[in-house]
Design a protein around this ligand. Sequence first.
Ligand code: 5GP
Length: 128
Amino acid sequence: MSSYEQNNVFARILRGELPCKKVYEDEFALAFHDINPLAPVHVLVIPKGEYVSNADFAAAAPPELIVGFWRAVAKIAKDLGLDSSGYRLVANHGAQSGQSVFHFHVHIFGGKMMPHDMTKLPGAAAKG
Ligand code: 5GP
């Protein structure tokens, strides 16, 4: 995988150069609504650091950032009210996954029944 590109769209959101609909922020993570939601709840969580994908994040991030990031993901899902109904986490890595923004991010999908077939995306925003 190629190296981190400083002007990817999430780097620019992190630097405050582009707006986002913020859901949560702490020292480890920033979370905001996806611009093109694929479920009634579709939030993206990004770490505060320059990591291309999960492989890069797992290999290179300091342990406290990895722990803080994943704790933030769980807290955000809970704060969104998804704990009891359930939710899906997705992190795309590389071309065949369909990754389109090369700053590591986790998708939180919720608010509808997810298709069990992992080749399908969660689906349009209609309640399921
Ligand atoms: P990927 O395909 O890389 O896993 O996911 C990238 C996600 O970022 C897509 O779901 C896409 O809709 C979202 N996205 C792309 N550009 C922007 C943007 O400028 N703002 C927000 N909020 N989401 C974006």
